[in-house]
Design a protein around this ligand. Structure first.
Ligand SMILES: [Zn+2]
Length: 241
């Protein structure tokens, strides 16, 4: 009986040592991952501060979106230090015109932080409005953004309403909004199955509208700006340009 008790004690000691070895391995692995993540984050923060060209701006957006879709966000520029650094003035590297849809959180899906993006959101991401277009011009002319992206998205209810609802209530501001979008996706009105192509066309029409500005054209010709349409997939989290 005494012998059995001693064997059990010995086994329990071995298990305890084994468990603590596994635990310390796991802790070391977690610490190594955290360290690696901190190094990558620091590198991204430095890169974000040095965006000088349209190509770099687009690369930052693409890389940030890959991180987001792969569930490995670094959340750069999310701290009090960045709040203090950007308080005196902003210098975002890109402007994004996106839908107000709650599934399209712009900074999150590009894995960017405070002061990185100038974001304009309206239902259906239309720029056919002086206030919206004025905001785009402000980002280009006064903030010197290197990229302007119009981001349409899968399952957009604004574009769905525009291609499916044909009635009009003059008192409704929603109908007014839908009729503005409808004008831009005319070939697909009445074709609910064509929602995806209508969303892409809508984004492209807005890009053309932005590019109609002589000042924008000059910056693009001088290599200081790129204007692109994008499509966000609400299932995969990926953005296609
Ligand atoms: Zn939408």
């Amino acid at each position: 009986m005494e012998l059995r008790k001693m064997s059990l004690l010995a086994l329990s000691a071995v298990l305890t040592v084994g468990c603590s070895t596994i635990e310390s391995h796991q802790q070391a692995e977690i610490a190594a991952n955290e360290n690696e993540k901190a190094i990558r984050k620091e590198a991204v923060e430095v890169q974000l501060d040095s965006v000088k060209t349209p190509d770099e701006a687009l690369r930052r957006l693409v890389e940030g979106n890959w991180r987001y879709a792969a569930d490995s966000c670094l959340n750069p520029h999310h701290n009090r230090k960045r709040v203090a650094a950007t308080a005196p003035q902003q210098q975002p590297f890109a402007a994004v015109i996106a839908c107000s849809d709650s599934r399209v959180p712009v900074e999150l899906l590009f894995d960017q932080g405070i002061g990185d993006l100038f974001v304009i959101r309206t239902a259906g991401n239309s720029v056919n409005d002086d206030v919206v277009m004025g905001s785009v011009d402000y980002a280009v002319e006064h903030l010197g953004v290197k990229a302007v992206v119009v981001l349409g998205h899968e399952s957009c209810e604004g574009v769905t309403g525009a291609i499916t609802e044909t009635g009009r209530d003059d008192e409704s501001k929603v109908d007014e909004l839908l009729s503005v979008i409808r004008n831009d996706v005319k070939p697909y009105v009445g074709h609910k199955d064509s929602l995806d192509v209508a969303v892409r066309l809508n984004a492209k029409v807005q890009v053309d509208r932005i590019l109609a500005s002589k000042r924008v054209q000059k910056r693009v010709a001088d290599g200081q700006l790129v204007v692109k349409a994008g499509y966000y997939n609400v299932h995969s989290g990926m953005v296609e340009f």
